[in-house]
Ligand binder design. Sequence first.
Ligand code: SF4
Length: 391
Amino acid sequence: QCAAVCPTGAITVKQDVDEVHAALNDPSKTVVVQVAPAVRVALGELFGLGDDSHVMGRAVAALRRLGFDKVFDTAFAADLTIMEEGAEFLSRRAKGEKLPLFTSCCPAWVQFMEQEYAAELPHLSSCRSPQQMFGSLAKDTLPKELGIDRKDLVVVSIMPCTAKKSEARRPEFGVEGNPDVDYVITTQELGRMIQNAGLALGELEPEGMDMPFGFKTGGGIIFGNSGGVTEAVIRNVVGVLGEGPILEQVRSTKGRRTAVLDLPGGEVRIAVVHGLANARALMEDVRAGREHYDFVEVMACPGGCSGGAGQPVALDSRTRQRRADSLRRLDASMDLRVSKDNSLVTQAYKDHLGEPNSPEAHRLLHTHYSIRRRIQGEGIALTEAGGARIP
Ligand code: SF4
């Protein structure tokens, strides 16, 4: 589990449940919640619901009964992430610079890079994670639409992950001390909130999410699995859906898997790793020039977020596999499976963001990284903006 290897210190996690209850009981606050993809395939385990495909709908009903004003989907922001990260990758490839591009949606991996591989920080995607893209967009747009002050909008996340609590508290993710994501609750904590409220999850009628941020494609859903980000990018960039040797390689459960994608302009060498030990081995290979990749997905937890440290404890690999299979089934059941087909993401670009990688998209959806610990002998310095400068 991530908690055992997590370098973020997130194991001493902040408990946000009391603050969330206080916000829900405060009539001056509008409280919205986003639910991460991996939560829906594990929450049911706490209620003996196993593979119930309606867990997400029942969880929406439970969240409304707990008092949340709007229930949204982090998978919407995952679709947005694919739009931004895909555009960023193609732009870097066209310029022939800063490749490989490393994904940045796992905060434990981001912090690991900041601490251990600062020289490679310019290679990290500047995209915020889906959790933070959601928070930023929600806090920028919803107050205007609802006619309230930003400070009266409370954004809560339900995450499979303890490191997401630290990520939400990073000072760069907020405006004048008001964070983009106020509180982060794990899957386990949500389960306890539902139980303590006396709600029987299995008996609730499934309900739909709120719009616009409740709309998603299968590409956003599979973010919860290791390899899911890569598969969603491949779908978006080349339109490959279904089966095939490349996707089989990307979906395998090996600690590191590689694939080569033929694109106009040449091959794209892809690597997918899960677990920080596998990430370290890959980084050493890249540093030493033993391997060359163009796109690298890293998730700190074995199996990706479906095996995150905020999920119900899964001591066996079969549970992780069952969750991964459930996410795939949910993806296969979606009418839309390619992120660029998300019409409400398209609308968000029209109304707020311009186009992928535009200045406004950068303001709301991208970030910069900082070196957390100077590495001896690397000759790396911080720039004024806090980014890495490599002499
Ligand atoms: Fe969190 Fe997912 Fe990263 Fe694990 S893999 S630390 S659950 S973001």
